[in-house]
Design a protein around this ligand. Structure first.
Ligand code: ADP
Length: 537
């Protein structure tokens, strides 16, 4: 027997309509390129999104067409987040930190028709434009069009919008319609496009806000530091308006000093980003001897969270840090580390340890582990295998690509993990980063976290390098705090107290900085290349 409830589609335009209707006077604050702050409300956001939908419609954009963005987190980008999917087209968010040839490849693969870009990226757009014949309109996200001798069909966003009406009826269509397209970083082979749907985006936003996940309420002021070109800024541009949270968008200024100023000036209560960004914020606050006065919670994800960072934020800044795990293919929310309310009974040290575990699947998500033969492994906290995931916002395939990521209905993540009997998941490595020494695995994440527990260590990255006897041994790259007096023997002794003796790398190299990739993560492929080049000398 079927239930007798209305079969209404879950559409992104409904988030906007709800925010405008219920939280119409809640503010959006957006930092411009010149550092000034622009302010308006969800009501105004909805009005301008309708104008943008009309402008795109007048440009010939119809249902299913792809519209690309190359932009920081700001209010104009936010308008595209609603207008493009709202009208039934597909928002393709592009990462400006990628190589121009890779960007051009993506624009062509996605068959983008319009490109909305931050004027700061004009030189980059000029380089790729001749390789992207399908893009028929370039829109500079500013007051007027910048001067360009290379781009024909270039307009300024505000002029373009002003010429369009703000009367637009958001169409109703199947909730399985594609809403967004985001390419994986493509560290192995060409990037692959993950095609989100309205249904997946709305369900993801609903769960993202709930207590087990980010716990967003009407009292929160949310600062998405994670870029809107990186897995939809983890869904915050949808989840914040859905929950009536004030939204603060940092533009392109992501250094510690600028972030701190914004957090204080706008009384931010919640923020989210990758560890490297929090590191620079923490360094700034330590140097200046300041702490945030309103920020209480922060979610860090995208790579493993070192315990030192959890401790530092809790003890020096009174900010509760939780960890989220996910990937482009998972929208991205898959798991969250333990919530603070579960932790009251345990010691601070245990709380910090728990925050370093990737944590529990949120509602809607199921996890499993696959052994080398594909058989599922027990959830006993010991068995390690490839992490499998399924749920309504997990990719089932890639856009115009033959790769078939599903194994028996599960998405194979390429991460190695263990899951304990209580359902808590711990990532130990990525399949491609795992270090196999003498037939046993060394977790590069655990080794890096052990090194980063040393007060003089700022960052650490372990790679596996060939060894005649053990097949592979770990090689540890370490960035030290400025002026630190630490030698490799001391660091080795420190590590011996924290990890199995055979895990301790024979080779530790101090470096000035780490190669950081387009999504703020250490690029181990560059470290491996560097090692091979050094070894050849
Ligand atoms: P890429 O890193 O390839 O650019 P994603 O941004 O989709 O692509 O990254 C997904 C990967 O990032 C995951 O498969 C996992 O290896 C890593 N990751 C994400 N969150 C965490 C976390 N909390 N702890 C450890 N690794 C993480």
């Amino acid at each position: 027997m079927q239930g007798m409830m209305m079969d209404r589609p879950l559409l992104i335009s409904d988030i906007l309509k709800h925010a405008a209707r219920t939280y119409g006077d809640v503010e959006v604050v957006s930092r411009d390129t010149d550092g000034s702050l622009f302010r308006y409300t969800f009501g105004e956001l909805a009005r301008r999104a309708r104008r943008l939908a009309n402008a795109l419609h007048n440009e010939g954009v119809v249902h299913g067409m792809r519209v690309a963005t190359l932009a920081w987190n700001d209010h104009r980008h936010l308008e595209a987040y609603y207008a493009v999917p709202g009208m039934g087209a597909v928002l393709h968010t592009c990462n400006p930190r990628l190589h121009p040839s890779q960007l051009a490849w993506m624009l062509n693969h996605a068959e983008d028709t319009v490109l909305l870009f931050d004027p700061a990226f004009l030189p980059l757009v000029e380089v790729i434009a001749s390789q992207c014949p399908r893009v028929r309109k370039y829109v500079a996200l500013g007051a007027s069009a910048p001067t360009s001798t290379k781009l024909t069909n270039l307009v300024g966003y505000e002029e373009w919008l002003a010429a369009s009406s703000d009367v637009f009826e958001w169409p109703e269509f199947d909730e399985r319609t594609a809403s967004g397209l985001c390419y994986t970083s493509g560290t192995t082979g060409n990037p692959k496009g993950v095609l989100y749907s309205h249904r997946s985006a709305v369900l993801h936003s609903l769960v993202l806000g709930n207590a087990q996940a980010l716990g967003l309420t009407r009292d929160d002021t949310v600062l998405p530091v994670v870029p809107m070109f990186h897995v939809n800024a983890w869904g915050l541009p949808y989840a914040a308006p859905l929950n009536g949270c004030r939204l603060v968008l940092p533009g392109g200024r992501l250094d510690g000093a600028s972030l701190y100023e914004l957090i204080e000036g706008e009384r931010v209560t919640f923020s989210a980003g990758v560890p490297t960004v929090w590191l620079s914020l923490a360094q700034h606050m330590q140097t200046k001897g300041v702490r945030p006065s309103t920020m209480r919670r922060s979610v860090i994800g995208g790579s493993a969270l070192p315990e030192t960072m959890v401790r530092l934020f809790a003890e020096s800044f009174d900010v509760e840090v939780r960890q989220g795990w996910g990937m482009t293919e998972t929208s991205p929310l898959g798991t969250m580390s333990a919530a603070a309310q579960d932790d009251e009974k345990v010691s601070a040290a245990e709380r910090y340890r728990r925050a370093t575990l990737q944590g529990y699947p949120v509602f809607g998500i199921e996890l499993a582990l696959a052994g080398p033969d594909g058989a599922h492994l027990p959830h006993d906290g010991v068995a390690q295998g490839e992490l499998l995931i399924r749920g309504p916002w997990i990719a089932s395939g890639y856009f115009n690509h033959d790769a078939m990521p599903l194994v028996g209905g599960w998405f194979a993540t390429g991460d190695i993990a263990a899951i304990d009997a209580g359902g808590c998941m711990r990532i130990t490595d990525r399949v491609k980063d795992v270090i196999k020494s003498g037939g046993e695995w060394i977790s590069s994440i655990d080794l890096e976290n052990a090194a980063m527990a040393h007060p003089e260590v700022v960052m650490a990255a372990a790679i596996g390098v060939p060894h005649p006897k053990w097949a592979e041994r770990p090689y540890l790259y370490v960035v030290l705090r400025q002026g630190a007096a630490l030698d490799t023997a001391e660091l080795r002794t420190f590590l011996e107290q924290r990890v199995a003796r055979w895990w301790v790398p024979d080779d530790i190299e101090f470096v000035d900085d780490m190669p950081i990739g387009a999504t703020g993560k250490v690029q181990k492929q560059i470290l491996r290349k560097r090692y091979v080049e050094q070894a050849a000398c």
